[in-house]
Unconditional design. Structure first.
Length: 158
């Protein structure tokens, strides 16, 4: 889902309705192409890049118990020059509505626990709450934030 203003991309949000299938599909369809595109980086920093590739091969969206049947917000971004205009909130709302159309009742995401106060505040102010935390690559402490999507009475009329 993208947001444009005057033909300029100013924000996006990526949602996986079936996260486990999404990550498996990406590896199967694009794995070789991704590896080939990583070759220059492997030559420059082989240990770091190979470590990240190995992590990516086994990545399943994080090492934690996922909310059953929930959709995953895998990425969101807003052009910094458009910060504070409600674009992030609009993107979240659009993603949540798209998830409801897929008959999903929950949505979740992961984000860094430390040095991430403004991001955490943003998600919490939009109804997300921390459900668990986990370590990623033994380096980063990540939080899982979840939101129960409630259908309004007039939702089914749309």
């Amino acid at each position: 889902i993208v947001t444009e203003q005057k033909g300029r991309l100013v924000g996006f949000i990526a949602v996986a309705y079936e996260p486990e299938l999404f990550f498996k599909s990406i590896k199967k369809k694009k794995g070789l192409k991704l590896f080939v595109s990583a070759l220059p980086s492997i030559l420059k920093q082989p240990i770091l890049v190979i470590k990240k590739i190995i992590h990516g091969v086994f990545y399943r969206g994080g090492d934690f118990q996922k909310p059953p049947g929930a959709a995953l917000i895998s990425s969101i971004g807003v052009d910094p020059s458009f910060k504070g205009l409600g674009i992030g909130k609009d993107l979240l709302n659009s993603a949540e509505n798209a998830v409801k159309l897929k008959s999903k009742s929950d949505i979740y995401l992961t984000t860094d626990k430390h040095k991430n106060e403004s991001v955490l505040s943003f998600y919490k102010s939009n109804g997300y709450f921390v459900t668990t935390e986990f370590e990623q690559m033994r380096e980063r402490v990540m939080l899982v934030l979840t939101k129960k999507l409630k259908e309004s009475e007039d939702w089914n009329e749309c």
